[in-house]
Design a protein around this ligand. Sequence first.
Ligand code: IMP
Ligand code: MG
Length: 178
Amino acid sequence: MATVEEFLSREEIKQRVDELGEKITSDYDGQSLVLIGILKGAFVFLSDLARAIDSSRVDVKIEFMVARSYGDATESSGVVQITQDLTKPIDGENVIIVEDIVDTGLTAKYLLENLATRNPNSLKFCSLLEKPSKSKGIINIDYLGFSIDDKFVVGYGLDYAQRYRNLPHIGVLHLPNS
Ligand code: IMP
Ligand code: MG
């Protein structure tokens, strides 16, 4: 049986997400903003982050994209497929892509390049987690929750084979024989 060892508690995550929300509020004060959540992994982070942005100061819209990077269960291949695209154009909009985790950074790089061609007014990238030893600065993360070591993590939206997404904290997955 796989086990999950707690790594970031609900309280630690909440504190950091609230800080990111405050930073985004002050950066976009008096403006409009489209948050694009990358499903499925970002669904929990996006819902908390969106509520941490002050709605009296920033006019927030929420959109989703579903992106899948091919590969085996714990390694991404860099080949990204958008299986569900935005339902509206983003030209002239301030956009922040909201991701769960940047591992190799190949998914993030692909999404940034793809959305940049649609002429947003501004385009930034937000990720709850980054594994810098893997991503090696391949993209600039404008809003980052936590830098972590190269461990496979689950919970708070992140999965292993579609499981553990509903864990309220983030944990390190230990598989048998690994
Ligand atoms: P990248 O293209 O290598 O940066 O991979 C990004 C995607 O791989 C993320 O959006 C996740 O869906 C998945 N991923 C990478 N590392 C982890 C992890 O530690 N736990 C769960 N999913 C991960
Ligand atoms: Mg993801």
